[in-house]
Design a protein around this ligand. Sequence first.
Ligand SMILES: *Cc1c(COP(=O)(O)O)cnc(C)c1O
Length: 466
Amino acid sequence: MKSILDLFHRISNELLTDEKEHPVAPHIPSTELYNTLDLSLKSGPLDEVAFEKVVRELAFASTRTATPGFFNQLYGGRNEKAVLGELLSVILNNSMYTYKAAGAQVGVEKVILKEVCDTIGWLNNSGGTFAAGGSMTNFMSMLMARDAAGQKARHQGMQDKMIVYTSKESHYSIPKNAAFCGIGRDNVRYIPTDLEGKIELSGLENMIKQDIAEGGLPMMINLTAGTTVLGAFDPVRAVNEICKKYKIWMHVDGAYCGSVLFSKKHKHLIDGIELVDSFSFNAHKMLGTPLSCSIIVVKNKKHLLESFSNDASYLYQTDSDGFNLGQTSLQCGRRNDALKFWTLWKSVGTDGLEKIVDHLFALADTATEYVRNNEDYTLYSYDETIAVCFNYKGIPARDICTLLYEHSELMVGYGSFKGDEFIRLTTINGQNEHQDILNFFSTLEQFVEEHAYLFEQQLAEQELAV
Ligand SMILES: *Cc1c(COP(=O)(O)O)cnc(C)c1O
């Protein structure tokens, strides 16, 4: 094992050094991948030297997500304290279903969940768990909502025409999960959004009334804290009124920006969060832990037990249910996603988490200001978001993003909202400084200037196609 740890150390140190010089990995077109790297699997073993060489090549060729050149996804960066926890969890290889198999790590997970519930302001009967990702925590919320609406579905299969409400701007896992839950994609209602991408309340109650009149059972409203494109926050408190009136489960999908919970300055964006039935967030997004670190908490933990517990005498042999976390999880064997969050939280404190969140918004302010003050840019996003959306000199956003990627300059994506397509810069990497954001713009501008012919070519091709 020691020599492998040394190898790991060598490769990661070299990678860190190389990332400083090359924040974006050399672009390998997918059609060239297997010609560029020897990924093939053979019947015989590889000698140590050849093995090291190919593993290093692979690591060096992979997309770099921790550098100031990566703005493409809703995660980024490499928090060192969190990385330590992740590496330890790999070495320890505990499975979180029982106290017997995970020991003290169960305590780590329980402490985090308790602290999150306390921060929301929930009492002792609240609870939570970790799942493999935000799509999965959303899935768990929908299953609990379904079972809370009636226990029949669990045993006899779906008997009612259950209806789920979510915004047009919400995550695609909502309709997908509706299919998994037996609710059906056609029974997802999309609430229109206002100009800033938040749900419009006005029509919601009428939608619900109409569904009831047609024999439907309104069962869940999903709100988003940080929509995928604009980073908008749906109004929690106002929607809760409707949920109470019609006895509808309320979930807040905070995968992207739910961590505003930790910020005094920004938690007003989820004002009323203590009123919801379930709330999920990804610590691997705003807080910068390695993938994945997805948490769901529920106001009343009986719902977790009702939907996810199972008798399994081969598994649950010692200790009380409260320490056998498999009773409240979707999976059986489950990796330890809690430790990386704990090493981060333990080292920087809750105040440190707050600083990370506030820093991301401050970085976004820097980007927004830059775009506002430069007439070559058009701004599409709003204040208090970490997704800054814009166009540059009227050039199609997808052309800029694709060419920047293919030339290994910058990783950034584009999005669209109400018919406009634009570049979406997410300031999700807490290790970035304000200068990194300004460098993003100067790299983009310089690239466009030096490659004007490419953009003209692209435009000509598109006109030909039309
Ligand atoms: C990222 C995201 C998800 C999905 O989370 P994964 O961990 O990628 O599965 C769900 N909802 C929102 C709003 C997100 O931003």
